[in-house]
Ligand binder design. Structure first.
Ligand code: UDP
Ligand code: MG
Length: 322
């Protein structure tokens, strides 16, 4: 059998400080697999420039001139990590038998790729890279990230615990992913829905080699909220249940008021009235907000805007869109 072609897909946004450090690591990993005869020489380390404002694309084109194993795809503008990753995977789908997606900051241990490839050779179509420890992350990042996974699963969004977007996918799995047309992308929730045989490999997460995280708390919260509302309608169910419970409580309250009235204990209850108004007002606004979020998602989906547009590539490929 012909050796499989592997593409390592790496989204990059403003990473000029990081790329010169980590690009060599990815290349030597790729070369070691080629030397071991596990993958074909047509394999590539493919960077996706997500509309960076610094010299990232320059760095990528320079690299691709230095070694034929480097390739680059440039997006027409910044579309965010998930879209950049999807663009890389969909481009690689046409060229490769296997892809491994990884961040460019060196936080995910590239040695886990050995085990991923072994799992692929054993017949898996999807191999998840799972963080076994997060000792190098700050307590805050660890706590928020772990709460995120727990909240996600409690709200019915099925994801692999402590797995981000470091994973191996076969061509067949990518073809499955291509059939998910949604604009509200949350890849780590979609991939488990593809099916096929999958497994996990474990690694320790290191610190970012250079540069800064693009996911401060505000973005992480937005990402979590997006992930939940893209994958699950449980929050709407919770609102329905809440409405139901409050309705029952108010029936009890009405009966109680009537009884009080008949007995003759009607005192001017300002405080209880205000509390009730504020409480109900708050619940109603919150509920409207959650429902509005879903309507917003429907709005975005019906427009079917392209999820990414490629402006340039370092290899022969007609610039295309989604
Ligand atoms: N990234 C991207 N587009 C963005 C933000 C981030 O392509 O708009 C890339 C970034 O270059 C990195 C990966 O996504 O390779 C993960 O970002 P980061 O390391 O900042 O996130 P963290 O690891 O802190 O969650
Ligand atoms: Mg990172």
């Amino acid at each position: 059998m012909k050796d499989p072609v592997l593409y390592i897909v790496i989204p990059c946004y403003n990473e000029e400080a990081v790329l010169p450090e980590t690009s060599g690591m990815f290349l030597s990993k790729l070369n070691s697999f080629i030397a071991a005869g596990r993958i074909s020489d047509d394999s590539r380390v493919m960077f996706v420039n997500d509309g960076s404002k610094d010299k990232t694309w320059q760095v990528i084109t320079d690299l691709s001139k230095q070694d034929k194993h480097y390739a680059g795809v440039c997006l027409s503008r910044n579309r965010g990590h998930q879209n950049a990753l999807l663009c890389g995977l969909m481009t690689a789908k046409e060229l490769a038998d296997i892809t491994i997606s990884i961040d460019c900051d060196g936080q995910d241990d590239i040695n886990a790729m050995d085990d991923m490839l072994t799992e692929y050779e054993a017949g898996c179509d999807i191999v998840y890279g799972v963080r076994s420890k997060r000792t190098t992350d700050t307590f805050f990042k660890r706590f928020t990230a772990e709460s995120f996974y727990k909240l996600m699963s409690a709200l019915g969004a099925d994801t692999v615990y402590n797995h981000a977007d470091y994973r191996l996918m076969s061509k067949r799995a990518l073809e499955g992913l291509a059939q998910f047309k949604e604009v509200n992308l949350f890849l780590r929730g979609l991939v488990p829905m593809i099916g096929y045989r999958s497994n996990s490999v474990y690694y320790e997460r290191a610190e970012r080699i250079a540069g800064e995280s693009h996911y401060p708390l505000k973005k992480m919260l937005a990402f979590a909220f997006d992930g939940i509302t893209s994958l699950s309608i449980k929050p709407i169910r919770i609102i329905t249940s809440l409405g139901f419970i409050i309705s029952i409580l108010s029936v009890i309250a009405i009966i109680w008021t009537i009884v009080e009235k008949i007995i003759g204990f009607t005192v001017a209850g300002w405080s209880s009235m205000f509390c009730a108004i504020f409480f109900m007002g708050g619940i109603q606004l919150l509920s409207l907000g959650v429902i509005g979020e879903y309507i917003g998602k429907i709005y975005n989906e019906t427009k079917q805007r392209p999820r990414f547009i490629i402006s340039e590539t370092t290899f022969e490929k007609k610039p295309t869109q989604d």
